[in-house]
Design a binder for this molecule. Structure first.
Ligand code: SF4
Length: 294
């Protein structure tokens, strides 16, 4: 047996939901088509289109640039990625001279609309999500146009300083970052229920994320080892690893190269399941399978 080969595990299962979700697929395909249809024009994306360096490099080779920040003056087309942007960012893109191409995922748009609706109707809004995540930044900015009572939290500790304020408010509304875990939402609901007079919960975790998380749980229960493939910067991928590590041994890798670090573990496992985040290209998943079955 060669040094870099693995003993073939008895069984390897790939999650049906592994890899690109429809929002990411739509974003990658549309941006490529946009450049192909406009070869003479500059096409750029504000921020990384998805959390995957291979895809970003490929886009770069096709002439689609990633902007780290918005320049004062621009020309050509500026794409808003699937996470969405704050209304002031849309205004800045327009003002700098770019044509805006909005690729906000329809599921993210729904969360923004729900957040606005709740604030407009007098609810104290709680966004269950990571405060620094671009999707949450945009949801919060949209809601703040219509009221100041907006809190972002994934932990009860983040809500405690507002407890008296929340208790005295008539109505509390919840929306959720599309890639959050159901368990995080439940924890927040459990805390708010006894202290709120009226609690409106909009479970806005997107269907694609919910499917992926349910399948990951089911596979984890049936396998000795779960391999989660995808960027460590990707919220939905790290959540998959968090979910499965409570059920079975789990490793989170970004590419097949990291399998080498877990050689013993892989050799000892009889049943292995693989899942992948919404921004993980099929080619990377295939390389992992290939290395495992080589
Ligand atoms: S994870 Fe859900 S919300 Fe995010 S891009 Fe994919 S489908 Fe849209």
């Amino acid at each position: 047996m060669k040094e870099d080969n693995y003993k073939l595990p008895k069984e390897i299962t790939l999650a049906k939901s592994a890899g690109f979700c429809y929002g990411v697929k739509r974003a990658v395909e549309t941006v490529k088509k946009l450049k192909a249809d406009n070869p003479e024009r500059s096409v750029c994306v504000l921020g990384e289109l998805i959390h995957n360096s291979q895809v970003i490099d490929e886009l770069n080779r096709l002439g689609i640039k990633t902007l780290v920040e918005l320049p004062e003056c621009g020309q050509g087309i500026c794409v808003v990625r699937s996470h969405g942007e704050a209304p002031e960012v849309f205004a800045k893109i327009q003002k700098s001279g770019f044509e805006t191409y909005d690729l906000t995922c329809p599921d993210v748009k729904k969360v923004q609309q729900k957040a606005v609706e709740l604030v407009k109707n007098g609810y104290y809004l709680i966004i269950v999500g990571k405060v620094e995540h671009p999707e949450v930044v945009a949801i919060r900015a949209n809601a703040l146009q219509y009221g100041q009572k907006v809190i972002v939290a994934t932990e009860i500790e983040q809500l405690k300083p507002y407890e008296n304020e929340l208790k005295s408010h008539k109505k509390i509304g919840i929306v959720v970052q599309t890639t959050q875990m159901v368990s995080t939402l439940n924890k927040i609901i459990e805390y708010l229920t006894p202290i709120s007079k009226e609690l409106h919960v909009a479970n806005t975790i997107c269907p694609s994320t919910q499917r992926r998380q349910i399948e990951a749980k089911e596979l984890a229960a049936l396998n000795d080892l779960m391999i989660v493939v995808g960027s460590k910067k990707s919220a939905n991928t790290t959540h998959l690893a968090e979910i499965t590590k409570n059920i079975t041994t789990t490793i989170h890798i970004e590419s097949e190269k990291e399998l080498e670090n877990y050689k013993d573990l892989i050799e000892q496992s009889q049943k292995i399941a693989i899942t992948a985040g919404a921004s993980t290209p099929q080619s990377i998943i295939n390389e992992v399978i290939e290395k495992l079955t080589k």
